[in-house]
Ligand binder design. Sequence first.
Ligand code: GRF
Length: 216
Amino acid sequence: MSGRMKVGALISGRGTNLQALIDAAKDPAYPAEIVVVISNRPGAQGLERAAQAGIPAVTIDHKAYESREAFEAEVQKALGAHNVELVTLAGFMRVLTNSFIERWPNKIVNIHPSLLPSFPGVHVHEQALEAGVKVSGCTVHFVVPEVDAGPIIGQAVVPLRDDDTPDALATRILNAEHKLYPTCLRLIAEGRVRIEKGRTLVDARPSEFEVISPSS
Ligand code: GRF
């Protein structure tokens, strides 16, 4: 189907969020499609997922480039070659330069496994357990130069358990991510997300978001 928003996915690893987006886009009524998958790590499992789905999978190994800018120029070229309109970061472990981000204003989306602005960065689940919060979750947001900041598009809440471990919590949050990311991408592709004064206004019924995901 033509007219679907063309999305490029940047990954570094196993690509379960990528898979969730690919699966959502299998429905021809879904308003976006993944047209290219780019990994900065050779052999990333997500590349196989792309190939399985018949989506062009490109490796751009950052180690082969002398600067971030040179690496990003290659990424930009691949995105351009596929007429990408929106970039999704799906477990992409490189920080993007300001100039790359400025080339894609409010056109890069990321998913982070906490309720931002709590627990940005790494070791997110350890941070949540250490802080003793009773809920955590995941956040889909537009990318701005500051890492793990930017207008929030959607969040899903996951309760913590008294006997939680970082791995157990990560697994439950990942399940929520796989629902939240396709939902947020749909809303963007349908033109239902606006940004005003650094915040989003999302034209969606609460039932379109699964706000509380099961604790099991
Ligand atoms: C996810 O937890 C995502 O929130 C974070 O990196 C992880 C990627 O997992 N940014 P996967 O590669 O999508 O399985």
